[in-house]
Design a protein around this ligand. Structure first.
Ligand SMILES: Cc1cc2nc3c(=O)[nH]c(=O)nc-3n(C[C@H](O)[C@H](O)[C@H](O)COP(=O)(O)O)c2cc1C
Length: 365
């Protein structure tokens, strides 16, 4: 299976399977001299790890990151300094239950990657989905934690804005709320609604889709390229690479189809300090593939978890009609744990473009 790498100058390769001994990544191209601690990386891992509430999978993984290469320790014994060589990070899998997956060894879960993996490779690690499992995304979050340190002023935050038909009220948006509830929800009033709703989904052995929004503040103006490496294009590509993502928007996204030119144009003035001032941000911080200096805003839709307890019609590897009911521990709404993953992908895309911009223009933005 090829194509396990993304990025150009901040280049990330992930490896490992859901039910193997470990998984991880190699970050190649991180500049030398970046200072970071394991605790800083771990804090992002902790946001994504499973088992933190009844609304996510009960698989128990500590997701402790070990750094194998690419750093030297400072005299305090805690701060690591990147050396410019490949940073290899390893995360052990400690809570596999492969027997849960025996029944789907030859049966294809509708909506999952089982059918296409068999079709393409002729062999499939059915235990937890192997490489198609979102366990792989733990490694992306570790890479994203390193990316954030390359551009320390960059602030990339994500929030869940919709579960099923229940959308947040954007007027209640409060970033301080996001870490105060199990959903990464910025609207305090929506939390009890989602709680009740997801409890009913969970009890029914079903699942539901969601929408995640990621906002990047302090993105330097001038990152990106106008044609084949638009910043929005690369962000969309990385967000779409996350398991179960079925739609990506930048700025107004699909809603811009309903706007007039007057409504959609982000008018400009020169601000009091002499710098350009945008009066709105329908563009999501990117014009012509290049960042404007406004917040970069991306949204992605996540489909409902396909592994559900309800029996669904499918076929097996021999072409027999079968019924599939997926046991095991699954997220009833994968959108929740996708929030830190989306943040990591946006951080990696922006930092990759930052290094590419510096390489081409020689400017320190
Ligand atoms: C955080 C996260 C957790 C996930 N957990 C599960 C799960 O427990 N069961 C499942 O069937 N799919 C889960 N998925 C989705 C599958 O990995 C995904 O649907 C599958 O690989 C097929 O790929 P596709 O949906 O992108 O086509 C999860 C996705 C994410 C982002």
């Amino acid at each position: 299976m090829s194509h396990n790498t993304f990025g150009h100058l901040f280049r990330v390769t992930t490896w490992g399977e859901s039910h193997g001994p470990a998984l991880g990544c190699v970050v190649d191209g991180c500049p030398p001299g970046i200072r970071l601690t394991l605790g800083e990386i771990q804090s992002w891992m902790d946001k994504r790890k499973p088992g933190q509430s009844r609304f996510v999978t009960q698989r128990r993984e500590d997701d402790i990151v070990k750094i194998l290469s690419g750093v030297m320790f400072d005299d305090d014994g805690e701060t690591m300094i990147t050396t410019g060589t490949p940073i290899s990070m390893l995360i052990e899998n400690t809570d596999q239950r492969s027997k849960d997956y025996g029944e789907i060894a030859r049966r294809y879960r509708p909506g999952h990657a089982d059918f296409t993996y068999d079709l393409k490779y002729g062999i499939r690690d059915y235990r937890g989905g192997g490489r198609s499992s979102a366990r792989e995304t733990a490694a992306r979050v570790a890479a994203g934690a390193v990316a954030r340190k390359v551009l320390p002023d960059l602030v990339v935050r994500g929030a869940l804005v919709q579960i099923g038909k229940h959308k947040i009220n954007r007027e209640n948006w409060d970033w301080a709320q996001v870490d105060q509830n199990p959903f990464f929800c910025p609207d305090q009033q929506m939390v009890p609604v989602w709680e009740e709703y997801l409890d009913s989904i969970r009890r029914a052995g079903s699942s539901i889709g969601a929408v995640v929004e990621v906002v990047a503040d302090n993105v330097p103006a001038g990152l990106g390229a106008p044609i084949y490496s638009k910043l929005d294009q690369d962000i969309a590509s990385l967000l779409m690479s996350i398991n179960a993502v079925k739609g990506v928007e930048i700025g107004e996204g699909f809603a811009s189809a309903e706007l007039s030119g007057e409504e959609n144009a982000d008018e400009m003035r020169t601000g009091n300090d002499g710098t350009p001032l945008f009066l709105s941000n329908h563009a999501g911080g990117i014009l012509g593939g290049i960042s404007t200096g406004q917040p970069v805003v991306a949204r992605f839709a996540i489909k409902p978890t396909s592994s559900i307890l309800t029996e669904r019609q499918s076929i097996d590897a021999d072409g027999n009609n079968v019924e599939v009911r997926t046991k095991g521990r699954h997220d009833p709404c994968v959108g929740i744990r996708a929030v830190p993953i989306g943040e990591a992908m946006v951080a990696c895309a922006i930092v990759d473009h930052y290094l590419r911009d510096r390489g081409q223009t020689g400017r320190l933005r």
